[in-house]
Design a protein around this ligand. Structure first.
Ligand code: FNR
Length: 182
């Protein structure tokens, strides 16, 4: 029985997203007492402060899913040296109305993949800035800037041999971080 439910937020809506694949591959490296809920952010409306008093059902669902979790795993690509707009939109929605943020206090992990050689490092750093403000204790180390190359994933979706040990270590640290802060 899973004791630690992790909300997973992927910053790409692309069907064949490498970051979605990375998120799924990572979940297979987690301890048995962890379960993962891939949050839907693609159906959220564009954030509009006028709607704070009457949030859309998709926003209410997002906030409920976060509230039901003991931690949040962010897996994001880099768009133009920052985080994708869909991810910022989700962050903003669940942070409101003022004083009723769903994010506050939830331990977080940040990781991401890119076809570029810096492996989403700048997006992750921008995301970390936001998570500090949202009062999410965020794992500092190990950092993981994943450069997408052939062999990153096996045909069954598991992490390929070249990255498995590193990402296993990352997941072990993330699991320990969540247990420490949950
Ligand atoms: C990119 N990409 C990209 N890569 C990078 O390393 N740094 C960047 O700043 C950008 N900027 C960027 C902007 C936009 C609008 C797109 C669509 C793409 C390339 C990006 O890493 C690549 O498309 C990844 O495959 C996106 O991640 P997913 O969708 O595979 O998870």
């Amino acid at each position: 029985m899973a004791q630690f439910k992790i909300a997973v937020v992927v910053g790409s809506l692309r069907k064949e997203s490498f970051n979605l694949a990375l998120a799924k591959g990572l979940t297979r490296l987690a301890p048995s007492e962890f379960s993962f809920n891939m949050l839907e952010i693609g159906d959220l409306p564009l954030y509009n402060q006028d709607d704070d008093a009457n949030q859309a059902d998709a926003v209410k669902r997002l906030k409920a899913d976060i509230a039901a979790s003991q931690g949040v795993l962010f897996v994001t690509p880099e768009y133009n040296r920052s985080i994708p707009g869909v991810l910022k939109n989700a962050l903003d929605h669940a942070s409101r109305p003022y004083g009723q943020s769903a994010w506050a206090g939830k331990p977080a992990g940040v990781i991401g993949a890119s076809i570029g050689s810096i492996g989403s490092a700048l997006a992750q750093q921008h995301l970390r800035n936001i998570l500090v403000y949202l009062d999410m204790p965020t794992m500092g180390q190990p950092e993981a800037f994943i450069h997408v190359k052939d062999g990153l994933f096996n045909d069954d979706g598991s992490i390929g041999a070249g990255s498995k040990d590193f990402l296993q270590g990352w997941m072990d640290q993330f699991a320990a971080w969540v247990k420490q802060h949950a």
